[in-house]
Design a protein around this ligand. Structure first.
Ligand SMILES: [Zn+2]
Length: 108
């Protein structure tokens, strides 16, 4: 089980977002699918989150987006930090089970 949290302050870029304030909106069991590489050096992965109880879908999607967002915080030349996040939310069971895809691309 893992807490799904919304970033309530968003003062920092994704690399330092642990310094922001986070608020738990739901608890879920997370199942990760196979990592699939794409031809541009990135990858994507399908993930299923099964919530422990009924939840507000918009709040859960926001928490998932905040949790899986990644970006670059290099001050000078970036050598390709993975950049991206969660998208394509499909609610299999309303308010309870959601499938989504995370995808990341190197930031050249
Ligand atoms: Zn970078």
């Amino acid at each position: 089980m893992r807490d799904l949290m919304v970033n309530t302050t968003k003062k920092y870029n994704p690399d330092h977002a642990y310094l922001d304030e986070w608020e738990v909106v739901a608890t879920a069991e997370i199942k990760h699918g196979t990592v699939v590489d794409d031809e541009e050096g990135g990858y994507e992965q399908k993930i299923t989150a099964t919530l422990t109880n009924l939840n507000n879908e918009a709040a859960v999607e926001r928490a998932i987006q905040d949790t899986y967002r990644r970006g670059c915080s290099c001050e000078w030349d970036c050598c390709g930090c993975p950049t991206g996040g969660a998208r394509e939310f499909v609610w299999v069971t309303p308010g309870r089970v959601v499938k989504f895809t995370v995808s990341y691309r190197p930031n050249y």
